[in-house]
Write a protein that binds this ligand. Sequence first.
Ligand SMILES: [Zn+2]
Length: 425
Amino acid sequence: MYAYQIFELGKILRAQRLSPARLAKLQAEKLGRLLRHACGHVPYVRRMFDSQGVVPEDIARVEDLSRLPLTDKSFYQSLTPRERGADDIRAERCKTFQTSGTTGLPLRFHMTRRDFTMRNLNSARAYLASGYKPRQRMAVLAGDRQVNEKRSWNERLGLWRRREISSWKDPEQWLDELESWKPHVLVGRVTTLVLLAEAARRRTRSVFAPRRVFASAEVLDDPSRSLLASTFGCPVLDFYFTFEGGCLAWECPACGGYHMNTDMVLIEVIRDGKPVSPGEEGEVVITNLHSYAMPLIRYRQGDSVVLSGKEPRCGRGLPLLDRIYGRKEDLLVLRSGRRIPPQAVPHVFIPVPGVGRWQVVQTAVDRLTIFVEPKEGFDRAARLLLREEMMKLLREDIHLEIIEAESLQRDPSAKFRPIICEVKR
Ligand SMILES: [Zn+2]
């Protein structure tokens, strides 16, 4: 961490405590700067503005963004690197990242070093707010390619020490590494953390005792949260990270919701093209205010959330989300139009004996399949109970099939989706 990074961190730490009006002003300034740059240097953005007959000056406030069309991953994939990249930023001077491609074709992203720094500082602010101390060791269960062996000078001074642990190894090996390095803080995907907790429970004497667990990238449902909390005996906090936007929101214990980092990534929550009111569910659309090499403007993140109507109690001005439902496809949609949030589904499995990993796949409004990795005790009575519990949740006529499968997930580093809804909408 260099002097300018400390300076920038100081700036964003102060920004989170600005009043909502001053935050909106800061956001509008950053948005204007990004749009002027993008319109001047990024071919696809210039085309987008021309086709709508607007110039960057027409978009002075967040509400004016609706004059621009929405974009999504497949749109960016349809563009050539030249069309989506800034012509005044040399790609070879940027950091390049690639999405894992679990949702389809992978997409390459360029990030300037400054934008990459801002992305990391944005996460750092969220960690600090959640009780992380710079002298604590942090372990991250990451994909194999993300393991970084290089140590920066601040780590040698004992600050922001971080190790990535490859989630491609076995959970037993993660636990060995964690027990020998003894990190204070653990970060990982929900599914990976659950696998780790199960491994820790199998050991009679596990010496791994973190002070905080940060769950990210998937919906943190109540059973997973209580499993992690009881296994590791520490607070478990939910972070909303996306590849495209970095840390979008994080759970604030004082406020009982998720603060959105709206000074770094502008977040619109919309439904049928219009912004939703507090308490309503909507789709997340981001404009990454620090995406100068490859501007992401009105990008449909594919997740669904509920805006909170509550005022923050912790002294921060960053607005709150009430709930994060994760990927839009993960909501079950019934014939009546009712939507079942993914957090509700795991409760169905709690009273049923002998259920290992499970997956719920909805192929039509009236067809649902439950895949179960059976363990001892998953007998005929258990199957009947599972059916009964699921029907209690759905409360609608639906064709329900239960299939036993030996293994539902072979690669623990992949984003395992426990709930998949394939219904077209
Ligand atoms: Zn708060």
